[in-house]
Design a protein around this ligand. Structure first.
Ligand SMILES: [Zn+2]
Length: 340
C-alpha cells in the first residue's frame, strides 16, 4: 500500500517558511490569540512555555512560526514579522541560530524525541548567553517521550532568561500530565465554518462547504483536497459495502481491491465518514455527505452492527499508523461489513 503523504506532517522549518508564508498576518480565526500573545510579549509578560493546541489542519504550526518569527524580528509590525531584517532572512533560509527545532532524530523508528536530544541539543541551546530571545520550537509535543519530558521539567520550571518554548499539538489530550501542567495552553486553532469558507474562497477553492465536510472541517486539509477523488472513494466504499452485504463480493477480494487503491489509514477514514453518516440516516437525520447514492444501501444496516464496525476502526487506528498487519485488518473489517 502507498504510504499516505501530507504536507501537514512535514515539520521542517524551511517547509513552513517557504510555503506557509510566515511573514504575513495570521488567519482570521487566529487574530484574537495573536493580539493577546503579542501584546503580552510587548510588556514582557509572554508565558515562557506555550502550547498551541487544537485540531489538525487549522494552521497551528504556521501560527507558531509566525509568532516565533515575530518575537525574533528586528523590525516587528503589529500583525506580522517584517520579512526582511537579518532575523527574518535567517528564518527564510531555515538557518536561524536562535531557533531550535526539537523533532525526533531521523533514525528514531518510534518517532519520539529522545532524552539524548534534550541533553545534547536542547540544554546547551537553552543555556546559551546572549542578548536576544532563543526559541525552542516543538512541532508536535506528543513526540516528547516520558524520559525526555522529565529532563525538560527543570527547564520549564526555571527557564533560562529569554528562552521561549513554543510547542504545538494536534492531540493535546494525549500529552503527558507532567508536561501539560507546565505549559500555558493557547487555543488558537479552531475557525468557525463561516471563517473556513471565507478563507477557502479567498484561496480560489470552489465547493468550500463540501470540501470542509470531507476533511473533518479542517480548512488546510480542505484546501488540499481532491474533491472529485474523495467523492468517488466514498461512493466506491458504499457500493463495495453493499456488494459485501448481499454476497456479490467476498471479503478477501474487497481487501485486494482497497489495498491497491489507498493506505489502510486512508481507507479507515473514508469508512469512518460513511459509517457515521449511516448512523445519522438510521436516526432520520441528514447525512453530512448528502450527495451519495444512499438508497443503494438497502436495507439500511442495523445501528448495533455499524457501531461494532466503528469500534473496530477505532481500535485499529493506531495499527493503521504503524502500517502493521494490514491484510488481516482489512479481511476482518470486510467480514464485519458483510455481516452488517
Ligand atoms: Zn524581521
Amino acid at each position: 500500500m502507498a504510504k499516505a503523504d501530507s504536507s501537514f506532517t512535514d515539520h521542517s522549518a524551511s517547509h513552513y517558511a517557504d510555503t506557509l508564508q510566515v511573514f504575513e498576518p495570521v488567519y482570521a480565526w487566529q487574530q484574537t490569540a495573536w493580539q493577546q500573545l503579542t501584546q503580552s510579549a510587548e510588556v514582557g509578560k509572554l508565558p515562557h512555555a506555550l502550547l498551541i493546541a487544537g485540531k489538525s489542519g487549522t494552521a497551528k504550526r504556521r501560527f507558531a512560526l509566525q509568532l516565533s518569527s515575530w518575537i525574533l524580528c528586528q523590525n516587528r509590525q503589529i500583525t506580522h514579522a517584517c520579512g526582511s531584517c537579518t532575523s527574518c532572512n535567517w528564518i527564510k533560509a531555515g538557518t536561524h541560530p536562535d531557533i531550535l527545532h526539537l523533532i525526533p532524530a531521523a533514525d528514531s523508528k518510534s518517532q519520539t524525541i529522545r532524552i539524548d536530544e534534550i541533553r545534547e541539543n536542547l540544554v546547551p541551546f537553552a543555556n546559551q548567553r546572549g542578548s536576544g530571545y532563543r526559541i525552542v520550537y516543538v512541532p508536535e509535543a506528543t513526540q516528547i517521550n516520558l524520559a525526555s519530558a522529565n529532563a525538560l521539567l527543570k527547564l520549564l520550571e526555571e527557564p533560562p532568561e529569554r528562552c521561549q518554548f513554543v510547542m504545538v499539538s494536534d492531540t493535546a489530550s494525549q500529552l503527558l500530565p507532567t508536561l501539560i501542567s507546565r505549559l500555558q495552553r493557547v487555543d488558537a486553532a479552531s475557525p468557525s465554518i463561516d471563517q473556513s469558507i471565507t478563507w477557502l474562497e479567498s484561496m480560489g477553492k470552489s465547493d468550500a462547504l463540501n470540501r470542509l465536510k470531507l476533511s473533518g472541517f479542517s480548512p488546510l486539509k480542505a484546501a488540499d483536497l481532491d474533491l472529485e477523488q474523495s467523492m468517488s472513494q466514498l461512493k466506491n466504499a458504499l457500493l463495495v459495502w453493499q456488494a459485501l452485504r448481499i454476497g456479490q463480493r467476498d471479503p478477501a477480494s474487497a481487501s485486494v481491491f482497497w489495498a491497491a487503491r489507498m493506505s489502510l489509514g486512508e481507507y479507515l477514514a473514508v469508512l469512518d465518514q460513511l459509517l457515521s453518516d449511516t448512523q445519522s440516516l438510521g436516526l432520520a437525520l441528514e447525512p453530512v455527505i448528502a450527495d451519495l447514492p444512499w438508497d443503494k444501501l438497502d436495507p439500511l444496516p442495523a445501528f448495533e452492527a455499524v457501531t461494532r464496525i466503528q469500534q473496530f476502526i477505532y481500535d485499529n487506528r493506531r495499527l493503521a499508523k504503524q502500517n502493521i498487519a494490514e491484510q488481516n485488518t482489512l479481511d476482518q473489517l470486510h467480514h464485519l461489513l458483510a455481516q452488517s
